[in-house]
Design a protein around this ligand. Structure first.
Ligand code: ADP
Length: 522
């Protein structure tokens, strides 16, 4: 994957993870806040209740208590029997009893506690009535008040398995309290008790649940919207990056194509220059190659008249004239051949050819070449063929190929041997080779050696003679016969030209070289 695309992918994944963490944190924070505010609400309710209870108590205390009729549930307070006017009878004979603030609260709380689950309790560390005795939680709070650590105290507690917010505030002894409590040693401003309110949390739970649901819903909507917008932006960015990359790649490809075309143009230009140069050299060579035999022919022809009576001279000059005439003929034939190959006008005559016959006919020709090149000291090795091997090819062309290659071998070899090889190691091809121990071909020339007019050294035409057409004719002929030619060579060690031709005999692996069959023309 493209580096930039994978970077954006990683970035997008990180942003999604980051946002998810943020949303979860926000969700937890909001739910927690909502939970706290529910307890705050319960506390406000408890505080309100406390203030109302305290006001009632004060009002009752400032009046030194209130008189109420005695009933089954409201009996005379036995803890006030030290007061002479605890019980009174009205002028109409109604019996009333004095209700002090603590007793009143106890009675009111008994009534309300039964009703709505929330309950209040007036508590004291040393109450007159045992019911007003502070429980453990209240006692702990009262202790905090008397030491001055807290002004109010609240917490959530489990009572009978239900959750309550418990709230308590102290009550300070006021003057009017002394009426009932002076005998207990109370002094004004002392903290002797408090009122505790317990609010059941049950009633806040449905509200809390609804709020939490709404928080979750809002968060989900925001999260989904953010995610969709993010994903769409991500897709857009990736598309733009990919499009930009594609156009970059396209531009690079075009640049490469241009470079390639440029290279081809440069190569074609170099080739054209080289071909032009070779043509010029070729024309120079050609005029030299034609002029040399022509000069000989003209020179010896004019000498013929002077030596008309001298039979031996006449024979010698005629031979030279014929020889040079043949040389001219070879050059003209080569020119004709190359023009036929180039214009694709070369025709072949495929017929069965017995290789035994081929080599028996080639041998005198090789002999002739060797003689003409004055290389009788060089060994010539040809394959020994005992059986009849039939090849379907153009005999004349194949002979031309061999005479050309063997002609070059003799021309460029001064010592050693020339070896003709034949191998059938592939059911579809036969491989012939012409190997010499001559001057060799430099590696940088091996690729161009089969091009027309190509010669290793420009001076070689003068040193060795030749037009530079032979190998390109050989290659053209072999290609026409559906074969291929190649060369391996090493400077001063020799060269091996090897070429393949189609062959039909199946499953045959044979090598035809016979070192014993050397033909040494010493
Ligand atoms: P020509 O022999 O007329 O110059 P060819 O096309 O036959 O032209 O050969 C081209 C060149 O290849 C030769 O000039 C020579 O430099 C090199 N060459 C061909 N055959 C051999 C060989 N057997 N050994 C060394 N060089 C060779």
């Amino acid at each position: 994957m493209n580096r930039e695309v994978s970077y954006f992918k990683q970035f997008f994944i990180s942003v999604v993870i980051g946002f998810t963490i943020l949303f979860i944190a926000s969700l937890i924070w909001n739910i927690h806040g909502e939970n706290l505010s529910t307890y705050e609400l319960a506390k406000v309710e408890a505080e309100g209740n406390f203030n109302k209870d305290l006001t009632f108590r004060r009002w009752t205390a400032t009046h030194g208590g209130v008189y109420v009729p005695i009933t089954d549930s409201t009996i005379a307070n036995p803890y006030l029997n030290f007061l002479p006017d605890r019980d009174i009878t009205t002028t109409t004979g109604k019996k009333l009893t004095l209700i002090n603030p603590a007793y009143m609260h106890r009675l009111v709380f008994q009534m309300s506690n039964k009703k709505d689950g929330q309950f209040g309790h007036i508590c004291n560390t040393s109450p007159l009535h045992p019911e007003n005795k502070a429980d453990e939680w209240e006692e702990k709070a009262l202790k905090l008040f008397t030491t001055g650590t807290e002004e109010e105290y609240y917490s959530t507690e489990l009572i009978n398995g239900k959750e309550y917010l418990r709230y308590i505030k102290p009550m300070r002894v006021e003057n009017h309290c002394l009426k009932c409590h002076a005998n207990q040693g109370y002094k004004v401003n002392d903290i002797k008790g408090g009122i505790s309110i317990s609010i059941p949390m049950d009633k806040y739970k449905p509200i809390l649940r609804a709020k939490i649901k709404s928080i979750i819903f809002n968060h989900l909507i925001i999260f989904l919207l953010t995610f969709i917008v993010g994903a769409l932006s991500y897709r857009r960015i990736i598309k733009v990056v990919r499009q930009r990359d594609a156009s970059r790649i396209k531009a690079k490809e075009n640049e490469e194509k241009l470079k390639e075309q440029n290279k081809k143009l440069i190569w074609a230009n170099e080739k054209a220059i080289e071909s032009d140069r070779l043509k010029t050299i070729f024309i120079q060579n050609m005029s030299h190659e034609i002029r040399t035999p022509m000069n000989a022919i003209l020179g010896f022809s004019s000498l013929l008249l002077d030596e008309f009576d001298n039979k031996s001279k006449l024979t010698e000059y005629t031979k030279i004239i014929t020889q040079r005439g043949n040389d001219l003929m070879f050059i003209i034939n080569d020119l004709l051949d190359i023009s036929k190959i180039e214009s694709k006008n070369l025709s072949v005559n495929i017929e069965p050819l017995n290789l035994k016959t081929l080599f028996s006919e080639l041998l005198p020709l090789f002999h002739e070449i060797q003689k003409r090149n004055e290389k009788s000291h060089i060994k010539l090795v040809i394959p020994t063929i005992t059986e009849d091997l039939i090849l379907y090819t153009d005999k004349g062309k194949l002979k031309q190929i061999f005479t050309n290659l063997v002609g070059n071998a003799f021309k460029f070899t001064h010592e050693g041997k020339i070896e003709i090889g034949m191998k059938i190691d592939n059911p579809r091809f036969i491989t012939f080779s012409v190997k010499d121990t001559g001057i060799g071909i430099p590696p940088e020339k091996l690729n161009s050696i089969f091009d027309r007019f190509a010669q290793v050294e420009q001076s070689s035409s003068r040193l060795y003679g030749g037009t530079g057409l032979g190998l390109s004719i050989v290659k053209g002929l072999i290609n026409k016969l559906n074969g291929e030619i190649n060369v391996a060579s090493e400077i001063n060690m020799g060269s091996k030209f090897y070429f393949t031709l189609p062959y039909k005999k199946q499953n045959l692996i044979m090598e035809y070289t016979n070192p014993n069959n050397n033909i040494n023309h010493n």
